[in-house]
Design a protein around this ligand. Sequence first.
Ligand code: SF4
Length: 444
Amino acid sequence: MTLLEKEKKVVTITYGCQMSERDAETLTEITRQEGYTSSDDLEDADLVIVNTCCVRESAENKILGKIGDLKKLKEKKPDLKIAISGCMVQQPGALERLQKRAPHVDIWAGTHNLHEFSDLLHRSETGKRVAEIWQEPHQTLESAPLAEKGKLQANVNIMYGCDNFCSYCIVPYVRGRERSRQPQDIIKEIKDLVAAGCKEVTLLGQNVNSYGKDFAPSYDFADLLQEVDQIPELLRIRFITSHPKDLSDKLIETIARGKKLCEHFHLPLQSGSNSILRCMNRHYTREYYLSRVAKIRELLPQATLTTDIIVGFPGESEQDFAETLKMISSVHYSQAFTFMYSKRSGTVAADMPGQIPLDLKKRRLQRLMSVQNEESYQLRQGMIGKCYEILVEGPSKTNPNRLTGRTRGNILVVFDGPPEVTGSLITLRIVEAGSWTLVGEMVP
Ligand code: SF4
């Protein structure tokens, strides 16, 4: 029996990484089971969920601003329920501070409590403010609703948490230690998604390369990929994120042998300087990273690589930064997500000496982006005249008269074509290229 007798509207606002987006999907699914339908219109909402991120303090301030704005909406609509979930709430000691700052919030849920959201919603019906923040996960991972069905593409969690404790990162403190889902549960979820029309799955984990290390007998990420590759009617398999220190030859060889395993590696570099990598607690050197790239290029010459890079980490000298720029030119990334280091209280790096002034961080970021933009442009120019397999996703967001899809290497292409090719694999010849998007034409 559902809590609600008539349909109500929920607006879910989410911040942060793909894991956070996936959590927001879980919350949306829970509220759907409670009789809510999703909406983008805050004025129309009966429930607003803000699923938060705390990776950068600047993002946290933006989220706090958003939560503050909801107070005015609640004054206009006293029956409105406001729920805050996710990493920001899960930070040690954060709840009390947040509750003082935002007394208009009805429900607080930590990252380990999402599966309890329905219960929290029921408990808040009496007008009580409710909160559940477990410091450690102690519930089966399978108890929350799985990925939303009926979509062409779906994200599937294969593991939760992280054991790496990079010195700038709060994730291990808010998402807990690594826990892998059982392979049979993952395979079943994917088969169900495929039966409902899904063609592409992205397997999610903070570090998918350490999937299964908590199992005995051993079963690793490459073994899982081999099994998922056998699922009939699934067209493509992607995965994110790969920690370079755990990228094994076995995994690269498995992808090279796979049929549906897309040749795209998101391999966060973070810095090209060995001394900064050491301070970041990344457990690899630039030389080791380059050896992994060389192995990928040897077995998968068509593979694309993307990365994350932080500039202005404490103690980063001009020489350290130059080493990062050199890596961009050596690896030839198709895209890089670049960030200025932002102090995150509760992490080791927040107290490190040698914090870099903001204006210097900004200048380095600009230089980095301009080198990467040129790389991205050259890479896409080199694709002109060549043919690529595309999974057609549907109308382009920027030009709905055109269709859009991605190469196996995860590069976006727009083209003219009949809508009925949506959801199928087609071949496109690239005819135009900018820094980010390609234009293609269908090859008969
Ligand atoms: S691998 Fe490092 S950066 Fe990634 S989530 Fe874990 S601690 Fe954070």
